[in-house]
Design a protein around this ligand. Structure first.
Ligand code: GLU
Length: 469
């Protein structure tokens, strides 16, 4: 029996059949943190043997998603493609056949069902000793011992025991010689000298089968670690149909890579102490594979958003401005590109930085500065227009701002005075002014907003609002 050696070598083995899933991202990060912590290697293997479902752009997407998370090309081995290793897969299947550890089977599903009467039972072994040759339509099955148990020693779950009798002889290749995923995955892992298979819980039922094949091929199995399934707020497994699962969609919404990476590390593991926000080097140092829990991990979008907000607020001012740029130009921004004024944005950036949970929210906070007319929210407008004293306030503020000293405190004093004369609190007097100038009922601090917008445009908007009353 050959052991894989003591060097830590881990891999992720995504199939390029769709957008890179947050669950795959979490698994990638656990592998990456573990490899970095142990001074080991990380391998990217693209499991592309299902030609009908693969697309090259999905492979590109996987590489780009990893890069975004900080798993950079050149710092890991690969990408390797499973499809490039088909000869070795076939050779392993032949060895198992020649060694009597696999046999050809001609049974159809219906035939097996007719005999066993139970769709959940494994294969009944009908062809085990018939000595059939390869032929189209025949499957090569792995011969599972009749008795005993296969114990998967899992770093996360402890020893998980599977009755061999219930596993049943399972297919490893088709009649045309093409090898199925379960065996291909094992052959590649052996060849790549993988020491730890860290992957999603959904693969746990495969582990006893794969472990039997590792042994049958003459190798000690790897350490297994099946990390918990990720569920939504209804405790359902995250799914493409129901939930937002593509890492790319989170990126597009303005989650920062550092925040996403931090949050994903918390899906099934928690740093010691009450800390949840840890810079990546601390993550590597503190991560403990054997402390990953086996119960489902809740993908809590609100918590992700809160963590993202913390990361946003921690950005140095210039960095925040730089990272805002994608949301300040088309297609994200609704204004003409030449209407954008970088100096105006720089003046309000620090105010926006403390008020957003995702970067995409920056657009609506500052659009009043760059649109010719504010994007008036009709509900906010009708409420503001109905407020007692709205007309008088707008009129007084428009007149006084035409000549007032142009700085936030003086602007505030104008609005305050207009309110005072009508017995209104500042918050009441401010409301119609805010809607008139910014189009919305909430946003950045009003007096700074007006100050940055400028006298001429402010007065113009107040007059337009009066005319519309
Ligand atoms: N190709 C499999 C998947 O994408 C990988 C399974 C494994 O990590 O062993 O789920």
């Amino acid at each position: 029996m050959t052991s894989q050696g003591s060097r830590v070598r881990v891999r992720i083995a995504p199939s390029p059949t769709g957008m890179f899933h947050v669950g795959s991202a979490r698994t990638a990060l656990f592998n990456w943190a573990f490899a970095q912590q142990r001074g080991g290697d990380f391998v990217l293997r693209i499991e592309d043997t299902d030609a009908s479902r693969n697309r090259p752009e999905w492979t590109e997407g996987i590489i780009a998603a990893l890069d975004w998370l900080g798993i950079r090309r050149g710092e890991y081995e690969g990408p390797f493609f499973q499809s490039a290793n088909e000869e070795r897969h076939a050779e392993a299947a032949r060895r198992l056949l020649d060694g009597g550890l696999a046999y050809y089977c001609s049974c159809t599903r219906e035939q097996v069902l007719a005999r066993t009467g139970d769709p959940h039972r494994g294969y009944d072994g009908f062809c085990r000793d018939r000595g059939l040759a390869a032929a189209p339509g025949r499957a090569l099955r792995f011969r599972v011992p009749d008795e005993g148990v296969t114990i998967v020693d899992d770093v996360v779950r402890g020893k998980v025991s599977f009755e061999n009798a219930t596993i049943g002889d399972f297919p490893i290749a088709r009649g045309d010689g093409s090898v199925l995923f379960l065996l291909a995955n094992v052959v590649d892992d052996i060849q790549m000298r993988i020491s730890h298979v860290i992957r999603g819980e959904e693969h746990l039922p495969n582990a006893p089968k794969q472990q039997l094949m590792w042994t049958a091929l003459g190798h000690l199995p790897p350490a297994w670690a099946h990390v918990p399934v990720i569920v939504n707020d209804k405790r359902q497994k995250l799914s493409k149909r129901r939930d937002k699962v593509a890492l790319e969609d989170y990126r597009a919404e303005g989650y920062l890579a550092e925040a996403m990476r931090n949050y994903l590390m918390l899906l099934g593991w928690a740093p010691p102490g009450d800390r949840e926000i840890l810079p990546w080097p601390a993550m590597i140092a503190e991560f403990r594979l054997d402390q990953v829990i086996s119960s489902p991990a809740f993908f809590d979008v609100r918590k992700l958003r809160a963590i993202n907000g913390v990361y946003i607020r921690e950005l140095p001012a210039a960095e925040f401005i730089a990272r805002s740029q994608p949301w300040l130009a088309p297609p994200a921004a609704p204004w003409r590109p030449d209407a954008f004024r970088p100096e105006a944005f720089a003046q309000v950036a620090h105010l926006a930085q403390t008020r957003i949970g995702v970067m995409s929210e920056v657009t609506a906070l500052v659009d009043f500065l760059f649109l010719d007319e504010p994007a008036t929210d009709p509900q906010a407008w009708s409420r503001a227009a109905a407020m007692p004293g709205a007309r008088e306030v707008l009129d007084a503020v428009a007149r006084e701002l035409a000549t007032a000293e142009w700085e936030p405190a003086a602007i505030r004093a104008v609005v305050e005075r207009a309110g005072d004369r009508l017995g209104l609190k500042l918050s009441q007097a401010q409301a119609p002014v805010r809607v008139a100038v910014t189009g919305r009922s909430a946003g950045l601090p009003l007096f700074e907003s007006i100050w940055v917008l400028g006298r001429e445009r402010t007065v113009e908007r107040l007059r337009a609002a009066l005319a519309a009353l």
